[in-house]
Design a protein around this ligand. Sequence first.
Ligand SMILES: Cc1ncc(COP(=O)(O)O)c(C=O)c1O
Length: 245
Amino acid sequence: MTKSVRNNPDFITFGAPFIGQEEINEVIATLKSGWIGTGPRTALFEKMVGDYTGAKFSRALNSCTAALHLSLLACGIKPGDEVITSPLTFVSTANVILHCNAKPVFVDVRRDTMNINPDLIEEKITSKTKAIIPVHLAGRPCEMDKIIKIANNHRLHIIEDAAHAIGAKYKGEKIGTIGELTCFSFYATKNITTSEGGMVTTDNKTYANKIGIYSLHGLSRDAWKRYSTSGYNITRPPIQGTNTT
Ligand SMILES: Cc1ncc(COP(=O)(O)O)c(C=O)c1O
């Protein structure tokens, strides 16, 4: 029989999420509710992340990759544009730039923080540069003051890759409201997990609306909003701490 690697000291553990009875109860309640897609629990999670980070708008997505990609589209990144980011990250950060047919431009990291070196950014800016994606590697925030100053001087968008950084603070401010858009991951190995999942937080309503619509393939109302009250009638148990109607 294959030995489980989960608690085997010969292997490095790949993700060790803390899953307690409360989480198990929520999953069972979701399955019993008959509504397993995006719905009121997703809305509650968005509200919780919004309340926690202080961001005005939160959009839950199926991954941080989707969050980064849709954020770039919301900012109007087009084929041929250049987007500056860090080479020391998960490949998803650069891939989303390619998904927009734009060009990733790498700026090296600082040895001490392993985050993008703001002092090297300006020499990589051209007339095609449209955005910067700083990556808060391992939850250590980038030097956002310097990055924001450069972005303002050159009229660039800032989309933070905060895949590792829910709960992190920069100069006392929670990651989630500093740049125009902040993207979190809730993948199995992350600080908190939904198995797979991501979220964008922003104070910009236009971006939030665009990302919501892009995530629904152009629809402005998800299935819960279209079908729950009139077309979908099975009895649903109440969700802890929220009003399901
Ligand atoms: C720095 C970084 N950015 C983006 C991602 C993509 O996150 P997701 O798996 O939720 O798409 C990851 C995932 O490992 C990551 O480590």
